[in-house]
Design a protein around this ligand. Structure first.
Ligand SMILES: Nc1ncnc2c1ncn2[C@@H]1O[C@H](COP(=O)(O)OP(=O)(O)OP(=O)(O)O)[C@@H](O)[C@H]1O
Length: 558
């Protein structure tokens, strides 16, 4: 028997569902005991030749069997309900913890591992909570009753069964540590394989071009082999555990049967008592057999506990600041000067900003001051590794500065003040319309206007289904330039007072690039627009160009 307090706490969060599931399981068990008594009665009646009692006992057995069927169905449904509630709660908390910007900078986090924990790990927890936990409650409540009843019939039989129960429960504890260690090894192998698989699928095109498909296949084969070995080790240890439990159960039942035979031969007990001892000693071990069966069902989830714990799946998060992607509460329209519907702000001011990555010895951003104003574009240039993305992530609140402040019109900048177009924009599976409207409900006119401004309207209108065209996962059905311009349209539709744009024209030809830059200049009349760019043509006409060099910001002379 393995108790995981964390999972018990999860089950206890739903006391009514847990009580219903356990109570029904106890009732199902009591029908087994009732049936055992009725069978003993019928057999002793047969011996005594009392036909009426035999008939009565048989009717009782049939009635109990029907009752058990109904109770078992109700119990299965109660257990599924409990498991479903726990699964939902754990997954919700894990998702809340996983879908935070800080995760972007968690260098240890791998999407495949997270997927394994959130999927199979949480499903496994369901099995532990909905089946194993009620089975333990059943064991604790019913075993003492049956053993006491056996004691009252025959102290020796009671003693044999009690010893069998204790040995069946405590025996496997001898290698509890090995079981736990092998279980965790198994989960680690499983997570690693899931993570590698996902990464290989995502990078398939690159792997093909690099000619490393066979190398990746070999790596995945090694992972699979490691998982197979880990699974076998778990199976071996669990087989040992099952054998000990079975030996204890069989030993206890056989010893009690021997006592019953002695009673029968010596005539110490009437036939009814002998039959009762035989049948009840078998029933006394039923909760242990149930427990053993459910333990294996919940084992995968149990081993996923540390991974889920690292994800924060067992910790209730306090209410946080409004979601970065929360829909705007302003009226519709993407205020680009022609509509006055979006909120506006005058100045974004960064003062004395410093940042250092955890574990690093030097700051990536040094005492940085910057003011970007509404009315005209502000651009930042800098070599690779200068800290541009880090600065954007600080502005977006994905990272917490070591010193300094970021204000919008004199108050702290909030994540939902900002719309962003990143260098490699993320699109989601769904229609073009779904992707554009992620920041809130949008009218057709808004969509058309934003797409025209972003220079992507003509192409969308040429798609056979227009805005209802399906975009495949990660936007792979669109060109890089189309993705970039759709992302710009999406950012315009967000109607936020600050727009951050990272290399807005990196995937565009000269004509489209000029269109986008014109749009940004126009948008900047009504918003604070801060742009990272390397291309000189995008910097033409930009009054405020800053240069970032190893985390230090200088006003650029170009
Ligand atoms: N998660 C991280 N942990 C530790 N160091 C990091 C992390 N992310 C970035 N860095 C380091 O911070 C420095 C700045 O990186 P950053 O990505 O901000 O540069 P960048 O100017 O955006 O570069 P690029 O133009 O190539 O995108 C680099 O030296 C980089 O190695």
């Amino acid at each position: 028997m393995m108790i995981v307090p964390l999972l018990w706490r999860e089950a206890a969060r739903f006391p009514a569902a847990l009580a219903r599931s356990a109570a029904l399981l106890v009732l199902v068990f009591l029908t087994h005991v009732g049936q055992a008594v009725a069978v003993a009665w019928s057999m002793s009646a047969v011996l005594r030749g009392q036909a009426q009692d035999v008939l009565l006992a048989l009717s009782l057995i049939l009635g109990i069997a029907l009752l058990r069927l109904a109770l078992s169905l109700a119990q299965a449904s109660a257990a599924a309900h409990l498991g479903g509630r726990v699964r939902q709660a754990v997954r919700r908390r894990a998702m809340e913890a996983a879908l935070v910007p800080e995760r972007l900078h968690d260098t240890a986090a791998r999407d495949g591992s997270m997927r394994a924990s959130l999927g199979d790990g949480v499903d496994g927890i369901d099995a532990y909570v909905s089946k194993y936990v009620p089975a333990i409650v059943q064991l604790l409540l019913t075993c003492p009753i049956v053993v006491t009843a056996l004691f009252s019939l025959s102290p020796w039989a009671g003693l044999c069964v009690a010893a069998g129960v204790v040995f069946a429960l405590l025996g496997p504890m001898a290698w509890k540590r090995t079981t736990a260690r092998r279980g965790l090894d198994h989960w680690d192998s499983y997570e690693a394989l899931s993570a590698d698989l996902l990464e290989s699928l995502r990078g398939m095109a690159t792997l093909r071009t690099l000619g490393d498909v066979s190398g990746t296949r070999r790596r995945l084969d090694h992972r699979s082999e490691a998982l197979r070995r880990a699974t076998e080790r778990v199976m071996r240890v669990s087989l040992g555990e099952t054998s000990v439990t079975d030996a204890a159960v069989q030993g206890g039942a056989v010893a009690a049967a021997a006592v019953a035979v002695v009673h029968a031969v010596t005539g110490q007990a009437p036939a009814l008592e002998v039959y009762l001892i035989l049948l009840l000693s078998s029933e006394a071990f039923r909760p242990i057999r149930d427990l053993s069966r459910h333990w294996h069902a919940g084992f995968l989830g149990l081993t996923a506990v540390p991974g889920l714990q690292r994800l924060g799946a067992f910790t209730e998060r306090r209410a946080t600041a409004p979601d970065h992607d929360a829909p705007e509460h302003t009226a519709s329209g993407h205020g680009d000067g022609r509509t006055a519907r979006g909120r506006t702000a005058d100045a974004l001011r960064v003062t004395g900003l410093s940042f250092r990555y955890p574990g690093a010895h030097v700051d990536v951003i040094h005492d940085l001051d910057l003011t970007a104003r509404r009315g005209s574009l502000t651009a930042i240039v800098g070599a690779s590794g200068a800290g541009k993305s880090t600065l954007f992530d600080l502005l977006l609140g994905f990272l917490t500065p070591r010193t300094g402040s970021i204000d919008l019109d004199g108050r702290p900048l909030r994540a939902f003040d900002i719309a962003v177009v990143s260098q490699r924009p993320v699109l989601f599976a769904g229609t073009v319309r779904d992707n554009l409207a992620v920041t809130g409900t949008t009218t057709e006119a808004d969509l058309v206007e934003a797409c025209r401004d972003a220079g992507v309207l003509n192409e969308i209108q040429r798609f056979p289904r227009g805005f209802d065209t399906e975009v495949t996962e990660a936007g792979t059905s669109l060109s890089g330039g189309q993705r970039q311009r759709l992302a710009l349209a999406r950012a315009l539709l967000a109607r936020r007072p600050v727009l951050l744009v990272d290399e807005p024209t990196s995937a565009l030809d000269a004509d489209r690039s000029a269109d986008v830059v014109r749009t940004l200049h126009r948008v900047a009349r009504d918003r604070v627009v801060l742009m990272i760019s390397h291309r000189s043509e995008t910097l033409t006409g930009v009054p405020d160009v800053f240069s970032l060099d190893s985390g230090h910001l200088y006003r650029s002379t170009s």
